[in-house]
Design a protein around this ligand. Structure first.
Ligand SMILES: NC(=O)c1ccc[n+]([C@@H]2O[C@H](COP(=O)([O-])OP(=O)(O)OC[C@H]3O[C@@H](n4cnc5c(N)ncnc54)[C@H](OP(=O)(O)O)[C@@H]3O)[C@@H](O)[C@H]2O)c1
Length: 291
């Protein structure tokens, strides 16, 4: 039996849909959710719902009982995540989970000097804990989702242009849907014990490329402005963006600029059996109706 955590979220839900599409029977899939009222759609597909919360150790042991393959989708609360994920790995061990698949994060700089150390730390520690647990594992080193671009670009990007302090460095952003599909492919095939896969695109793109693709889609010139981090933070503060978002966006921009997400890996392409979705295809899906 496969259990998917974070099943009410985008990655978990999408992976379940790919598992069903690939012919896995709903009765062999369980979904861990915090709130069953958010999972009516899963219930209607015949998926067994298990209530579990990363903050509640006893609930995790109960949810993980009888699980052969645990798709452990990383928690979303950056402040509490380290402890929550420790709970999950410990509970997986205690419940006798046979194989743990963890959605981790691509990174190069593993020290506190990383501009996104606050995001990377829990992933690095969780990987260590999984390996220490002795449970067979598969780690997905997820690059930055292409799906975060609209958030970084802001709602008015087609009027204002691309304003983001990421320099000219290219990143191998991949869509969350491609990562979920590859995850489903791994969950339904053999030979992935104690492996790590880089879920990165084979195409690396810069924010100049993002502006160029937007120009092509919208039919008007979309400029890329690469401000200093200080000017960027100041502009977002004046626009009333909450401070925690500004810190997060500026941190990601700086990490992109430092090349944290630049990659030359083909794992995702191999696991999908095709090229990952390109920037142009993704942006056309999101922005064609907005021009
Ligand atoms: N690579 C990237 O660019 C990137 C970007 C964003 C996030 N991520 C990471 O990837 C994960 C999956 O992405 P996503 O887009 O699917 O995120 P998402 O849509 O926010 O889903 C997060 C899921 O985690 C569940 N969750 C949160 N706290 C929990 C807890 N205490 N106990 C049990 N479940 C809990 C949520 O449940 P509820 O529905 O009950 O809230 C939800 O189902 C995120 O959680 C985050 O760790 C990666």
């Amino acid at each position: 039996m496969i259990l998917v955590t974070g099943a009410t979220g985008n990655y978990g839900k999408s992976t379940i849909d790919f598992l069903l599409k690939k012919g896995v029977s709903a009765k062999n899939i369980s979904a861990m959710v915090r709130d069953v009222t958010k999972a009516e759609d899963l219930k209607n597909k015949g998926i067994d719902l298990r209530v579990g919360d990363y903050d509640n150790y006893a609930s995790l042991i109960e949810a993980f009982k009888g699980v052969d393959k645990l798709l452990f989708v990383s928690a979303s609360d950056i402040v509490k995540r380290l402890q929550q994920q420790e709970n999950a790995v410990k509970a997986a061990k205690e419940a006798g989970v046979k194989h743990i698949f963890y959605t981790s994060f691509e990174r190069k700089n593993e020290t506190e000097t990383s501009p996104i150390a606050m995001v990377a730390k829990a992933h690095i520690e969780t990987e260590k804990n999984i390996k220490k647990s002795g449970i067979p594992y598969t780690i997905f080193r997820n690059n930055l989702y292409m799906d975060v671009l609209p958030m970084f670009l802001g709602e008015k990007v087609l009027e204002t242009g691309v304003f983001f302090p990421a320099g000219e460095t290219k990143s191998a952003l991949a869509t969350r849907s491609d990562m979920a599909e590859a995850t489903a492919n791994v969950l339904t095939t053999e030979g992935h014990e104690n492996k790590e896969y880089a879920f990165s695109n084979t195409e690396n793109v810069s924010f100049q490329d993002v502006a160029d693709v937007l120009s092509e889609i919208s039919g008007k010139k979309i400029a890329y402005v690469n401000p200093t981090s200080e000017i960027y933070v100041d502009a977002l503060t004046k626009a009333g963006v909450p401070a925690e978002y500004i810190g997060m966006f500026a941190g990601f921009a700086e990490s992109i600029k430092q090349g944290e997400f630049n990659a030359a890996k083909t794992d995702l392409e191999k696991l999908l059996g095709r090229k990952p979705t390109s920037l142009k295809t993704y942006m056309a899906q999101v922005y064609s109706s907005k021009k």
